[in-house]
Write a protein that binds this ligand. Structure first.
Ligand SMILES: NC(=O)c1ccc[n+]([C@@H]2O[C@H](COP(=O)([O-])OP(=O)(O)OC[C@H]3O[C@@H](n4cnc5c(N)ncnc54)[C@H](O)[C@@H]3O)[C@@H](O)[C@H]2O)c1
Length: 352
């Protein structure tokens, strides 16, 4: 493991993505998003994605120059075509357009289709919260083979479909930032266990006959099994809600209807933006949120060393620690990033 500063990671990611074809400003947007995911402690959605994006550009499934096309028909939904561009660029553009509409009308649903990997969904809830808006995001993942079996099923039919809710706080940051994959654990955790020859987290997997297993090879070696959804049938239900609403409302399609290609990760995302000031509870909203959070956090912890937290706090703590102490990056990932840079002719930045 090597420890690198966020500034160095940002510079390396931006340089490689711009050498791979992105305009400088867009490369910076993507690099900022990836490094912020690392800072938040979600390394699966951090700079480790750079080699993946470079391959996707080479394979012609990610257009590094594309920008969102916002199709505003004036109704409650704002359709946004991501045109296979960087999700971090086109989703930001779509949410920015949605923020303007939500300010005017109180509520809007941004229906983004055909974005290449939007990354850490919480970033869009933070964007909305910075504008004082609450937001709910449902995301499906199409374009590559599924990983997650439906509850009682034995083969993968869904992806890790993330779900996210952001509640704005008084300081422009979310007071609550709930943001998770609907699989029991992220795919990255299973892949890492397989690479390390370690067991997968308990409860994460089933084998090809649907029996629980901690053997991560079931995801990589025939006969393949599948990942389990989080929370049994409830998580399965939420994953399916993301699949159906994101795929069908945004118009990008659900898994069985979208052709798959190696290196492709397409996200469709329906984001509902709500301006609390336009709701009946608007005048007391900030006080209610503060009191509701104070109330749950006052529960005596089972373990005094582990107080009750509110979603978003673990990421804020990771960010503070990693801003100060650096971001740990496995050597193998760092080497992959450097190799991706060499492949597109980016000048190297030394880690030292
Ligand atoms: N773009 C995509 O296709 C895609 C697909 C899957 C996941 N993702 C992203 O991957 C990231 C990681 O997802 P994950 O499922 O591994 O996350 P996770 O399992 O770490 O769960 C994270 C959520 O749980 C909350 N949390 C953690 N510990 C807590 C505690 N003690 N008390 C209260 N809340 C707590 C966090 O604040 C956060 O909201 C997310 O940002 C998600 O958006 C993206």
């Amino acid at each position: 493991m090597i420890v690198l500063t966020h500034g160095l990671l940002r510079a390396v990611a931006a340089r490689i993505l711009s050498a791979a074809g992105a305009a400088e400003a867009d490369a910076a947007t993507v690099a900022d998003h990836l490094v912020d995911a690392n800072l938040a402690g979600h390394d699966s959605h951090g700079v480790a994605m750079v080699p993946y994006y470079v391959r996707a550009i080479g394979a012609g499934v990610l257009d590094p120059r594309a920008h969102a096309a916002v199709e505003d028909g004036g109704g409650p939904a704002l359709a946004v075509d991501g045109r296979s561009g960087f999700g971090q660029v086109v989703a930001r553009e779509g949410i920015a357009a949605g923020i303007a509409r939500a300010r005017a009308g109180g509520v809007v649903a941004v229906a983004l289709r055909d974005a290449f990997h939007v990354g850490r969904v919480g970033a869009y809830a933070e964007q909305a919260a910075a504008a004082g808006l609450a937001s709910i995001h449902l995301v499906n993942v199409v374009g590559h083979a599924p990983f997650v079996a439906p509850f009682r099923g034995t083969d993968p039919r869904l992806s890790t479909n993330p779900f996210c809710v952001g509640v704005p706080g008084p300081d422009g940051r979310p007071a609550l930032l709930l943001d998770f994959a609907t699989s029991h654990v992220s795919y990255g955790k299973v892949r890492n266990a397989y690479a390390a020859g370690a067991p997968a987290p308990p409860g994460a997997l089933i084998d090809a006959r649907g029996r629980p297993t901690d053997d991560p090879s079931v995801m990589f070696v025939e006969p393949k099994g599948a990942m389990r959804p989080m929370g049994e049938y409830k998580g399965y239900g939420l994953a399916l809600a993301c699949e159906l609403l994101a795929g069908a409302l945004a118009g990008g399609g659900t898994l069985p209807r979208v052709p798959t290609a190696d290196a492709r990760i397409t996200n469709n995302m329906v984001s509902i933006l709500l301006d609390p000031a336009r709701f009946p509870g608007g005048p007391s909203f900030a006080a209610e949120i503060a009191e509701g959070i104070r109330w749950v956090k006052a529960s005596p912890p089972a373990d005094p060393a582990q107080p009750v937290l509110v979603a978003g706090e673990p990421e804020a703590a990771a960010r503070a620690a990693r801003l100060a102490g650096g971001v740990p990056v496995p050597e193998a990932i760092w080497e992959e990033i450097r190799a991706a840079g060499r492949a597109v002719g980016a000048a190297e930045i030394e880690a030292g």
